[in-house]
Design a protein around this ligand. Sequence first.
Ligand code: FAD
Length: 308
Amino acid sequence: MLTTLTSIVGQARVTANAPLAPLTTFGVGGAADWLVEVRSVEELRAVVEAAAAAGQPLHVLGGGSNVLVSDAGVRGVVLRLKLAGVSQPSTDRVRAEAGLTMNGLVRWMIGRGLAGLETWAGTPGTVGGAIHGNAHYGGHDISELVSTVAVVTPVGEWREEPASAMGFGYDTSRLFETREVVVWADFFAAPGDPEALRAVARASLAHRKRTQPLQLPSAGCVFQNPLPGRDVVPAGIPWSSGALVDRAGLKAARVGGAQISPVHANFIVTNGAATAADIRALIEQAKQAVREQFGVQLREEIVYLGDV
Ligand SMILES: Cc1cc2nc3c(=O)[nH]c(=O)nc-3n(C[C@H](O)[C@H](O)[C@H](O)COP(=O)(O)OP(=O)(O)OC[C@H]3O[C@@H](n4cnc5c(N)ncnc54)[C@H](O)[C@@H]3O)c2cc1C
């Protein structure tokens, strides 16, 4: 596998037994069998096809801000997309490649007087990660702003899909099932005054600073919020996983180097010495306590990479 990968992207962009912890915001977990950086669609398709031909699992890592990597690492190939271009194919569309950070995209749009994504300032991670999990902020999903998504399928085929075909839902998209790799997404854009857009972006950043424990490593919200129609929350309790964990008495609970944040009970923060097993144990404690006390089954928003 190493020889094949090297022949596609060159030696400098393949690492065997590559530590993944530094590439995630939790900062925990083991190594990938092979970590590969791709810089073009051709390289991406070739790596996807090579992994499929060798029967090796293929995973994508974006900004690593929504994943928990197993202490035992990740088998197979872990891809990082170094495709971070952005362009304006028409007056009302912005095309962002999947490896671009959401913050980079917000800045680019504001700088050109284009409105649409300014409230998303401060969302960690990449465009690809935001599309995969249908990132949300302030009661809105990123999919509301997406017109088209280009993907490479697990057998290396190219597809351009309207947002309506992406299976977007709360914290989800069809990518969980199809395991396609996002290459770019087109976002709706409209003219806007850069100063006014900057003010909105600053307000979003300030709100995050006030409400989230940003000084310590985390992966944002660990659990999805309960959903009407899917879950039943006892009367008098907010439909919020943070509130449920808090009222179950687990705010500030610790396992090893991991702690349920005293600031926001849907965040788990780490002290630099945590393991993935510590974080997973806290997740299980929270799920059990909320199930037993309120009859609500919490579901993870974060994604496990490897056998956590
Ligand atoms: C402090 C903090 C605050 C946060 N606030 C929010 C928030 O307000 N709203 C919100 O929704 N989330 C929030 N998050 C979570 C996280 O930022 C988002 O889920 C983000 O969209 C993840 O992007 P990423 O690039 O880091 O993805 P990663 O964590 O790298 O990956 C997440 C998943 O996406 C997949 N993926 C990544 N790139 C691609 C691609 N190109 N093609 C296919 N699959 C891909 C990965 O395989 C993985 O399954 C927060 C996280 C932190 C640390």
